[in-house]
Design a binder for this molecule. Structure first.
Ligand code: SF4
Length: 244
């Protein structure tokens, strides 16, 4: 990959300390063609390790059930070109889940309502909580005043996950939670979690588009500039607010 400003070229020259699948150019495992780089995990896997893995997947009934349901849903998804909402329902049906929790961003409340309606048509019980539940301000949550610039009401993932845990949902579906709030939700949820929508403020909730676009646009330059790191931007912001 080349660039007139050389930024992309420079990025290519960064050698990973510990190469792994993210540095692989063959994807020999996915193509099953035996083209494995020197650092490849597949290349180093012995028959004994493979047999042990199969044992681990099969030994625990819940693990095997989840692997089987996922494989069948994925196969059907490809064959019938299912959308992700349909795959979610197909997976839930195969797993025997009856009660679905929906934790959603207030910004995608319309989509959450539509999803709940579809789930109910398919006889699932649904309970959902928006990120703004409780209507607490950022100040009440002990957050910086500057966070209020983008909305007075704070997101409240703790109440979302606590309520859904109390409801004893079988599966929780995330729709558009912020980066970080979603991590917290995944960590605390009693039920397994899947994501129907991922928030991306620049790319209409399609983060993959930003990654593709970054290879050909100024986004690439912005993301690859060390002096524009997030910590440096925080420092600059702090300095500016100190001068006001
Ligand atoms: S397992 Fe090996 S072949 Fe597959 S992506 Fe990783 S390094 Fe590449």
């Amino acid at each position: 990959m080349t660039s007139c400003c050389g930024t992309q070229q420079k990025a290519q020259e960064i050698r990973p300390e510990r190469p792994s699948c993210v540095d692989c150019k063959t994807l020999g495992c996915a193509h099953n063609n035996g083209r494995y780089p020197s650092f490849c995990e597949t290349r180093g896997m012995t028959d004994e390790e493979a047999a042990l893995l199969r044992h681990d997947y099969e030994e625990d009934a819940e693990t095997y059930e989840f692997m089987k349901a996922t494989a069948e849903t994925t196969a059907r998804g490809f064959a019938e070109q299912l959308c992700r909402a349909e795959e979610t329902m197909d997976y839930a049906r195969r797993m025997g889940y009856k009660k679905i929790g929906v934790a959603f961003c207030a910004g995608v409340a319309d989509e959450a309502r539509i999803f709940a309606k579809i789930l109910r048509i398919h006889n699932y019980k649904v309970v959902g909580y928006t990120c703004k539940v409780g209507a607490l301000s950022n100040a009440q949550m002990g957050l910086k005043e500057s966070c209020c610039n983008f909305g007075l009401v704070a997101c409240n993932p703790l109440t979302q996950v606590r309520r859904l845990n109390a409801e004893k949902t079988d599966l929780n579906v995330l729709m558009g939670l912020c980066v970080g709030h979603d991590s917290y939700f995944y960590k605390l949820s009693d039920a397994p979690v899947t994501t129907l929508m991922t928030k991306d403020k620049a790319m209409v909730n399609n983060p993959g588009a930003a990654l593709w676009a970054s290879t050909t646009s100024s986004l690439w330059n912005r993301m690859m500039r060390p002096d524009e790191s997030f910590a440096a931007r925080d420092d600059a912001q702090e300095k500016m607010s100190g001068q006001e």
